[in-house]
Structure formats: C-alpha cells, structure tokens
Write a protein that binds this ligand. Structure first.
Ligand code: PLP
Length: 452
C-alpha cells in the first residue's frame, strides 16, 4: 500500500493542487486552516491549535461540535434505511414535519431539500405556481432587500442584494427586484428609528405599485439581515411589511436559514415580531450543519391550490437527496437537544451578556455601533465616528486576524457589500458555556483595545 502523506504541510500542498475553495482566494502565504476535530464551541486544526468558533462554522453549528448522539442517530438510521426518495415517505421525515409544525405554531406543509439555496428556489417556484393556480398568472416577480444574502443558485442569487456576490455571474434569473433595508445606524439625522423603519417598509409598497401589483408574487426577507451586516429592524418594520403583503396579495417568504433554531432566541427569528409568513425557509441550524437538510414550509391554505386534482396542478418539483432519512432523524435529535438544554432561552441570556459586556467598546474610536438579537452580534467598525465612514478592509482584516491569533474566529459580513463590508459578526454555538462567553468577551475587548 502506498503511504498516504497526511502531515499538515502535505495536506495544505494537496489542497492547493486540488481543492477550489468557496469565496476565499488562498495562496502559499495565506493557506486555509485545515480543521480536524471539534468539541463544544471549540475546533482544533490539523496542527493541534484550538480556536473558539465564534461563527459556528457558517452561522450553522447551533448545538456545538462533538455531539455523539447526533452521530449515533444518523448511524442507526443509515444502517436501517439510508435512503428514501421523497416521492414516497419515511418515519423521520414525517415526525420531523410534525415537530417543525409545532415550532412554527401553525399548519404548514413541509418540503425537504438540501441547502438554504434549494429551499429558497422551491419557495420561488411554488409561489409562482400558486399564483397561476389562484387566478393571478401574471404574478411572477419577487422583491428582496439590498445587503441580504439568499443563496448561490441563479434564483436565490438573483434575490440576493449583495453586488459583489453577483458580479460576473449575471444575468441571473429575471424578475427579482430590490429595496433598501433598514440600517438604523445610518438613518437620516433627526429621524426616529420607528419613523425610519416605517419609511423603509413603505418602499416595498412603492415598488409594488411602480411595478404593477398584479406582477408581484412575493417578498423574501430574513427577519434580521445577518450576513449583510446584522441589521436588526424595529418591530414595526416587519409588521408593516406583512400588512403591505396582505393588502396587495403578495406572499411573505421569510428566510430563516440563519435566524432559525434559536439564533435570535426563538425557534424562528420572525417569532420575535408579529408576523405570520406564508412560506418559511430553513437550513443550517435545522441539523446544526451535521448533515445537509433544508425545508420550505408552506401554509396549508396555499397548499390547497396544489391539491385540486386538476391536471398538472401538483408541485412538479423533485430533489434526489432532499429529506434524507439520516438527516431528518438527526434534525429531530438536534431539536430535542435544543429543547432539553433550553438553548433558545440560553441564546438570549448569552447574547445579552455579550452585548452588555462589550458595550464599553462604544467609546472606542472605531466602534460605530454594537447590535444584535439573541446570540447574534454585529460590531460596526468605522474609520471616523463623526462621518461614519466604514472601516477599511485593512482595519477589519487586522481586527479579525488578531482575534484569530488570540484563539477566536469571528466573521464579517462578507467582502461582498460594496462600501459596507465593515461589520464584524459573532454567531457562536448556542451551547457555549459561561467560560466560553467570558473568553469571547476577553478576546474581543483585548483586540479592540490593542488596535486603538
Ligand atoms: N439564506 C441565508 C439567509 C443564508 O445566509 C444562506 C447561506 O449562508 C442561504 C440562504 C443559502 O444557504 P446554502 O448555503 O445552504 O445554500
């Protein structure tokens, strides 16, 4: 047998030769980390260095690493029945759908896919079909917000409002429109947050009217824009958007891919507000990213338009891997862990501590604002507090690099929001211990103090 070289240097070399990474442009001087193992909120790289993963991977590993019961439930299911096409059914899919309905607090039909992008594509397809079968075939357009990310496929990327993510990949799917999100920190001087949020919500209505309401199928939004800079709206904003949707016959699609499963302190982020979405999409925290699985949950009154028995009125969408039995069994166990360990409440508790303790950084010359909800935090870094000029790439890179040097991985809102890529994000596992949170706080404080 040939000897397989698995030393870090050799792996990095092979990586450079063979692996094409997402988003990142690595080079010899700046290689990717090779992650080896994880326990709780901590990951260990191939050389044995430990880091607290302040981003839960990509905002996803909500119950933390090293959960043997998740591995076991998947293993048992793989032995018993590894695969069932979702043209048929199986026990974990049925029980998970029931559980998700309980968390959603309403009657939804659950459609399974593999990724957040998939789940949003399903939402777009079925929203169009719904309007066709509901006597309004001209409704095909979707409105979303600038700065929001909704996925990498041609429809989900079209819904995305981050210019650099789309640059050189256009034209994408037609029929996607955008409005500005509420960015309370940068609202016009003298305007109250509430007034400003009402105005931002009304931009949806203006768009609907300008575009002819009979052409608008849906609005898609995260409850809180996460990857686009942790933009927490005033509660009036979502209520107003819901009211506009209702008034104009537009479906409200809420993207819970990051905000779901406790990130903002509730099962779903929209449950912090008085809204009842027509469609809810979810992924990431659904399995805490241990296996791929996503869901498009659709109100049953919408489903009824697909259940008429008329020719071709059913949803003619198919997905080979969606609803994999091991992934569904694991998702059920993942939710059981969240409930057993009260991780939704814990998210609020830890997030509040983080915000309270880091509040002292508000006096730092480069900290514009610290904001968040639940265990989700954004630190808006600026060059100048008066003008609010966004921090330079160099400043952000230095802060992030210093956090890593000190054992903490933090995120940023992509380098994709032209002009506003200056928000450092924290979205750690909800399973963090008190000591883990102390560690995050101490590193962030130290790094900002060292970078005055
Ligand atoms: N929606 C939101 C809000 C996301 O943050 C993401 C991914 O980061 C997606 C959708 C797409 O999910 P996926 O990468 O699983 O396709």
């Amino acid at each position: 047998m040939p000897i397989v070289e698995t030393g870090t240097e050799s792996l990095v070399k092979k990586d450079r030769e063979n692996v094409w990474h997402h988003i990142s442009a690595y080079n010899e001087k700046n290689p990717p980390m090779v992650w080896e193992s994880g326990e709780g909120a901590w990951i260990t790289d191939h050389e044995g260095n430990r880091y607290l993963d302040g981003m839960s991977g990509l905002w996803a590993v909500n119950v933390g690493y090293g959960r043997e019961e998740l591995a076991e439930v998947a293993y048992e299911q793989l032995k018993k029945m590894p695969y069932v096409p979702m043209t048929q059914s199986h026990e974990p899919a049925i029980l998970l759908a029931e559980k998700l309905n309980e968390l959603l607090g309403d009657d939804y039909k659950i459609i399974y896919s593999n990724s957040g992008s998939d789940a949003n594509e399903v939402a777009f397809k079925l929203a169009r079909q719904y309007h066709q079968q509901n006597g309004e075939p001209s409704r095909y357009k979707f409105i979303s917000r600038y700065r929001a990310y909704h996925g990498s496929s041609m429809g989900a990327l079209a819904a995305t409002g981050q210019a650099l993510r789309k640059y050189k990949y256009e034209p994408l799917a037609p029929g996607f429109l955008h409005v500005a999100p509420p960015d309370n920190y940068r609202r016009p001087a003298g305007q109250s947050v509430e007034e400003y949020n009402i105005q931002r919500a009304e931009e949806f209505e203006q768009k609907i009217i300008w575009e002819q309401k009979e052409t608008i199928a849906g609005i898609i939004m995260e409850p809180i824009i996460t990857g686009g800079g942790v933009l927490v709206p005033h509660p009036i904003y979502l209520e107003k958007v819901q009211e506009i949707c209702n008034r104009h016959g537009v479906l409200l699609i809420i993207d819970e891919v990051i905000c779901g499963f406790g990130r903002t302190g509730k099962a779903f982020g929209h449950q912090n507000y008085k809204v009842k979405p027509d469609i809810v999409t979810m992924a990431k925290g659904l399995t805490s990213a241990y296996l791929p699985l996503s869901v498009t949950a659709v109100r049953k009154d919408i489903y009824e338009k697909f259940d008429t028995g008329e020719e071709n009125s059913h949803l003619r969408h198919i997905n080979t891997f969606g609803g994999n039995p091991a992934a569904c069994a694991l998702a059920l166990k993942n939710i059981e862990i969240m409930e057993r360990e009260n991780l939704f409440d814990r998210s609020v508790e830890l997030g509040n501590r983080l915000q309270n303790e880091l509040a002292e950084l508000k006096d730092h010359p480069n900290v514009g604002e610290i904001r968040g909800l639940g265990f989700l935090l954004g630190i808006e870094v600026v060059e100048n507090k008066e003008t609010r000029e966004p921090a330079s790439n160099e400043r952000i890179a230095k802060l992030m690099g210093d956090c890593k040097e000190n054992g903490l991985i933090v995120g940023r809102n992509g380098d994709t929001v032209a002009g506003f890529n200056n928000v450092i994000a924290l979205s750690p596992p909800l399973s963090c211990t008190d000591e883990d949170v102390d560690f995050i706080i101490s590193v962030v404080k130290k790094v900002f103090k060292d970078n005055k």
